[in-house]
Design a protein around this ligand. Structure first.
Ligand code: SF4
Length: 217
């Protein structure tokens, strides 16, 4: 379906309405500090936030900070996170990331995108989650929900997460970035799903460029 990108003013008015519709939209990964959010976000790849939240309390009891995780036995970490899937790679990322934090950042999670994406297992999505939710800095998280809905609303045309991030960052003011991702993710889970969009109940149906896309609920 062909879409036309729209103006910043139009997008902001749509975003206002989505924020009114989903006032409860927030980061669903339970965390107490930047290290916990970084670790939880690494675990959330190909896994639900609910499942991650079931696993992290025990994980953080054993490894409350990068120093303890750096010294962890790989097999111990694997067992603790097994149910999140891809547990071998994720365990390596957690230990590698913790080691880099201790060696290069005095055990602290850095507050800059460049430093974050240099950490093992950390891509732009994870870095933006941490920037936006641990440090209250602008972070435009683009997951599959955000990418899909941004295209349906005409906010972006890119097919890659990085391309959508760039287009959304140009379209929207920095102080709206973090919450934009939260509301689009809530909208994607509750209404505008990949295969089944519920357009008849959509709060922004009059502002969408792909009404009727996919199967209709
Ligand atoms: S009208 Fe349909 S396709 Fe458009 S945002 Fe709403 S649910 Fe998604």
């Amino acid at each position: 379906m062909k879409t036309t990108r729209i103006t910043a003013a139009h997008a902001l008015a749509t975003l206002d309405r989505l924020e009114e519709t989903y006032p409860e939209a927030h980061c669903a990964l339970v965390h107490l500090n930047p290290w916990q959010l970084l670790a939880a976000t690494i675990l959330s790849a190909q896994c639900t936030d609910v499942r991650v939240n079931l696993v992290t309390p025990e994980l953080f009891k054993h490894f409350p900070d990068p120093v303890s995780m750096m010294a962890a036995e790989l097999t111990n970490v694997e067992e603790l996170i097994r149910s999140t899937g891809f547990f071998r790679n994720k365990a390596k990322s957690l230990i590698g990331c913790a080691t880099a934090l201790v060696r290069s950042h005095k055990g602290q999670v850095p507050r800059e995108m460049t430093a974050l994406i240099a950490l093992p297992g950390v891509g732009r999505k994870t870095a933006n989650v941490v920037l936006g939710n641990a440090f209250d800095l602008p972070g435009m998280v683009v997951d599959t929900h955000v990418g899909r809905i941004a295209r349906r609303l005409g906010w972006a045309t890119a097919r890659t997460a990085e391309g959508v991030e760039e287009q959304l960052c140009r379209l929207l003011p920095t102080d709206r970035w973090t919450q934009t991702a939260h509301v689009l993710i809530f909208h994607g889970r509750q209404c505008c799903r990949a295969q089944t969009a519920w357009c008849s109940a959509c709060p922004v149906v009059d502002r969408c460029q792909q009404v009727g896309v996919g199967r209709q609920k």
